[in-house]
Design a protein around this ligand. Structure first.
Ligand code: HPA
Length: 272
């Protein structure tokens, strides 16, 4: 079966379960499942029910697709995403994006938990992703290009839409939320980085580091979706503070900022 046939089967299954087609797609990062509270009139589909859909294996990541409205806009939300470090290849990680596109999604809002590389940042900060550096050295576009999905050599010069970033800054100031903007570096993980790697990332121009998002954004841009990305800086990256990193800290910080994150996302979607 071709990748496109798999996308079609997943799409057909979901289509029969939902009352309307979504226009906005959202991916929730670690500990950010609270964003699901923004959604009304929700239909829940478990990943395990959807043909060809992978299943996420990480603590803090549910495996549910939610369809409903946010601020009156029709949205589809992935509660739980797939990571390369789980052993999935980049095509599998990006599969849901292609399904979203097939269902009519035009705009993708991706969120993630990330380590702060910029020493001016603090745990709990929210950062709009201006651009990324793909240090995973993987791409969901490797292999024969199916032009149903997009062109062979997609442009990445506006991977994160300037229009949506401006809108997000306006939304943040209306909510009284400080919003940083910076470059997200993607690493394979799952071990956190070494202090030397973090110094390297800073030299390369990164402000935050994480283990997700880039495969999905590459597939989204390939598919012509407009993308907005927000990182929750859950911890300062390795070697900045004199303390070890832990997934517990990541989850605790995400929990602490969930209210502002929720308000910000609500406000942004209201403006889309
Ligand atoms: N590094 C990589 N990924 C992360 C981090 C980090 O410090 N924090 C949350 N996700």
């Amino acid at each position: 079966m071709t990748p496109n046939e798999q996308v079609e089967q997943a799409k057909q299954f979901i289509e029969e379960e939902i009352p309307y087609m979504p226009e906005i797609g959202l991916i929730l990062g670690s500990g950010l499942g609270v964003l699901a509270n923004a959604m009304e009139d929700v239909t829940v589909i478990h990943y395990s029910e959807i043909p060809h859909f992978p299943v996420s294996t990480v603590e803090g990541h549910a495996g549910e697709l939610l369809v409903g409205t946010i601020q009156g806009r029709r949205a589809m939300m992935m509660k739980g995403r797939f990571h390369l470090y789980e052993g999935y290849d980049a095509q599998t990680v990006a599969f849901p994006i292609r399904v979203m596109k097939a269902l009519g999604v035009k705009t993708l809002l991706v969120t993630n938990a990330a380590g702060g590389v910029n020493t001016g940042y603090a745990a709990g900060d929210l950062m709009l992703i201006r651009d990324h550096i793909n240090l995973m050295y993987r791409s969901p576009l490797i292999g024969p290009n199916d032009t149903v999905f997009g062109v062979r050599f997609p442009d990445m010069s506006q991977a994160y839409s300037e229009r949506l970033r401006e809108l997000a800054h306006t939304a943040a100031s209306e909510e009284g939320i400080a919003l940083r903007e910076g470059v997200y570096a993607a690493m394979l993980g799952p071990s956190y980085e070494t202090p030397a790697e973090i110094r390297m990332l800073r030299t390369l121009g990164a402000d935050a580091v994480g283990m997700s998002t880039v495969p999905e954004v590459v597939a989204a841009r390939h598919a012509g979706l407009e993308v907005l990305g927000i990182s929750c800086i859950t911890n300062m990256a390795a070697g900045i503070l004199d303390q070890p990193l832990s997934h517990d800290e990541v989850m605790e910080t995400a929990e602490r900022v969930k209210e502002s994150f929720l308000n910000l996302v609500n406000r942004i979607i209201g403006k889309m």
